[in-house]
Ligand binder design. Structure first.
Ligand code: 3AT
Ligand code: MN
Ligand code: MN
Length: 527
């Protein structure tokens, strides 16, 4: 039928080769990405390879030790047991920046257990002088050993296969490999299987990499890079870029980026973004399918992972975050058009977000606890509750929280901090903890707080009224707090959560980094 082979669920839109202008804008894009510091140094890149080589040897040593000492395997079998590392995340995709981690998966044969990993592998790493900041996180969704190896941050996760040995040639592509594995191992294998599949599904890896670097930088600067807050995370952005690469298999980065914004701006959500048809497989697990699973129909901007078992990488998106992402697609599409015709520059794309000057009113969510390990990234639940509030056009969560350490000098101060009452000028952020320790006052109690922000866009349906409409956010706020307090890790004694309504003029100085100006109220502006 005259069709050539193509990657993806539809044929390409165009198979044309780059024009001189596209080559020009791609060159200027690479220059801008370099100037913005998105590439690491040659030295760091070499060091990463050295570290990965050493890590692979250590994993083999670990498997050998367990085979020999614990399982009493004969010398020959212990040698053959193997063990291998795989990488995933931004390093595997080839889009990592300076100082970012290497996400590494350690794959072992069936006689080596997860306990052995946290025991023997940990012991081996502990004994190395090149290894620093070694920590085990055993109770996470994906358990991990975190470390710095010759100053390169490493996330090391673990999967045990149903095989007597793990040779160097082993690949993780086969779905049958997942049979009889426990859920934690399946989850741990997933990251690597997804990144590898993405790379197999793009027609040109160099074009994909440059384009994805651009999109990641843009999404970070515009504060829409965060899976937990209801935007898109690294894997979702990678899949979106991969899809556009499939549609223009011979295009280079400059052209792909500009088409990316156009196509994404016009995308007919909730039509899903797929890189290949969803596969069925050997497990009793559910694969994304809105026809069967009611819950999957609520995904507003579904982007589906290509490796079995396929899942929606963007299930956290809310009505509000969807609007914000779409608004950013539109802005970027315009800028990219200007770049293409020479009336704009790539740097405009990467201009910082204006979250803290954009809105007149904000919610401040202050989470406090007496240990530094408190993770409360539940704000998107609050966002979906706020979406039912009348006259609230948009509840815009900021992608990151602001951490503070309070060295309370008396019990009253501690109680106040736990209730979200503190003057933000009198405390220090995480980076200046040391200087705070040097003060003379006696610290009675140390309290850690993280402050999250939600920008509120209040609709004004009567054009005549100047004053913002009345909002009643107390109900969703209370519902949210209730939800947090029934969370199994919530401890009433040592933790607190407080939500405050603040005007833009009341925002603390720390939210205005690098000289960004505060919102000027229309009243004050004319003076
Ligand atoms: P960086 O360059 O490291 O900033 P990245 O894309 O490599 O970007 P991460 O190192 O945070 O991002 O994560 C790598 C992968 O690990 C992405 C995802 O498949 C998996 N992952 C990260 N965080 C979680 C989590 N909380 N739960 C499950 N999987 C996660
Ligand atoms: Mn990473
Ligand atoms: Mn990581």
């Amino acid at each position: 039928n005259g069709q050539t082979k193509h990657l993806g669920v539809t044929p390409p839109i165009a198979v044309t080769y780059p024009t001189p202008r596209e080559i020009e804008v791609t060159d200027s894009l690479v220059q801008e990405l370099t100037a913005q510091g998105t590439f690491e140094s040659e030295e760091e890149s070499k060091r990463r390879e050295v570290v990965l080589g050493k890590l692979d040897k250590l994993v083999k040593e670990f498997v050998y030790n367990v085979s020999r000492e614990k399982k009493k395997l004969p010398e020959a079998d212990a040698k053959e047991a193997g063990g291998k590392i795989f990488t995933f995340g931004s390093y595997r995709l080839g889009v990592h920046g300076a100082g970012t981690d290497i996400d590494t998966l350690c794959v072992v044969p069936r006689h080596v257990t997860r306990e052995d990993f946290f025991d023997e592998m940990y012991r081996i790493l502990k004994n190395l002088s090149e290894v620093n900041e070694l920590t085990c996180v055993t109770d996470a969704y994906v358990p991990v050993i975190k470390l710095r190896f010759q100053d390169i941050p490493i996330d090391l996760i673990f999967a045990r296969l149903e095989l007597p040995k793990v040779p160097d040639e082993l690949e993780l592509r086969e779905n049958t490999l997942l049979k009889n594995l426990d859920e934690t191992c399946i989850r741990s294998l997933n990251g690597s299987r997804v990144t590898d599949e993405i790379l197999r599904l793009v027609p040109s890896i160099p074009a994909f990499r440059t384009s994805l670097r651009c999109i990641k930088l843009w999404a970070k600067r515009r504060a829409i890079y965060s899976n937990v807050m209801g935007f898109f995370g690294g894997v979702a952005w990678a899949m979106l870029v991969a899809r556009i690469c499939q549609l223009y298999p011979n295009a280079i980065a400059g052209a792909i980026v500009s088409r990316f914004f156009r196509i994404m701006h016009q995308w007919k959500w909730p039509q899903p973004v797929l890189l290949k048809p969803i596969e069925d497989g050997p497990l009793q697990v559910r694969v994304w399918n809105p026809k069967i699973y009611h819950g999957d129909r609520f995904h507003l901007m579904p982007i589906i992972t290509p490796a079995y078992p396929s899942m929606c990488a963007t299930h956290n998106v809310t009505q509000s975050t969807k609007k914000i992402i779409e608004r950013e697609f539109e802005r970027a599409a315009e800028i990219a058009d200007h770049v293409m015709v020479g009336s704009g520059k790539w740097a405009d794309l990467f201009e910082k977000h204006d979250f803290f000057i954009r809105y007149r009113y904000y919610l401040q969510i202050i989470v406090s606890s007496d240990s530094s390990e408190r993770q409360l990234k539940w704000i998107r639940h609050l966002i979906s509750k706020l979406e039912s509030v009348e006259n609230l056009e948009l509840a815009h969560p900021f992608v990151k929280g602001f951490d503070k350490i309070h060295h309370c000098t008396n019990d009253q101060m501690a109680t106040d901090v736990m209730h979200g009452i503190f003057d933000s000028t009198s405390v220090t952020d995480k980076n200046t903890e040391l200087s705070q320790n040097n003060t003379d006052a006696v610290t009675v109690r140390v309290i850690y707080t993280t402050t999250f922000y939600v920008g509120l866009d209040i609709s004004r349906r009567d054009p005549g009224t100047k004053a913002p409409r009345q909002l009643n956010i107390s109900w969703p706020t209370q519902e949210f707090i209730k939800l947090v307090k029934v969370w199994d890790k919530y401890d009433e004694k040592s933790m607190g959560i407080h939500i405050k309504h603040v005007k833009s003029s009341e925002l603390p100085p720390e939210v205005f980094e690098d000289g960004q100006k505060r919102r000027e109220d229309s009243k004050k502006r004319k003076r």
